[in-house]
Design a protein around this ligand. Structure first.
Ligand SMILES: Nc1nc2c(c(=O)[nH]1)N=C([C@H](O)[C@H](O)COP(=O)(O)OP(=O)(O)OP(=O)(O)O)CN2
Ligand SMILES: [Zn+2]
Length: 115
């Protein structure tokens, strides 16, 4: 019986969309929220699918905390593209990753998954 292990992590980062309706957005920052959904087909003896803390440690390595995303990525750092980037990184360690949700603000975000 599958379970979904879910982990959320906030990070602070600046960005601008490189082509926002035809021109670059002004540089600005957000407190972003990332959510991971990882499928676990079985639990260990302690009742865990995957340890939240180990997942959070991986996220700390991946997330661009206190950085300007445009300085480090070769893509326009929209919520969509950032979600795919994080998905690709996390999938290497957790192949059963189902989806990544990235909230740029409390109201606006995007998710990436593969069909
Ligand atoms: N589909 C997407 N749409 C937008 C993205 C995106 O990544 N994917 N990004 C932006 C902007 O980067 C903007 O920051 C979005 O934030 P917004 O909701 O406008 O919040 P603000 O902080 O800029 O606005 P307040 O007025 O301060 O709430 C736009 N669209
Ligand atoms: Zn923004």
């Amino acid at each position: 019986m599958p379970y979904i292990v879910r982990v959320k992590q906030k990070f602070n980062a600046a960005h601008f969309l490189t082509d926002y309706h035809g021109k670059p957005e002004p540089l600005h920052g957000h407190t972003w929220m990332v959510e991971l959904y990882i499928k676990a087909d079985k639990l260990d003896n302690g009742g865990m699918g995957y340890d939240f803390l180990e997942i959070k440690d991986l996220l700390k390595e991946i997330l661009p905390d206190y950085k300007c995303m445009n300085d480090i990525y070769d893509f326009s750092p929209s919520a969509e593209n950032v979600a795919k980037y994080i998905y690709d990184q996390v999938k290497k360690k957790y192949p059963t990753l189902v989806k990544v949700v990235v909230w740029e603000t409390e109201e606006g975000g995007a998710e990436y998954y593969e069909e």
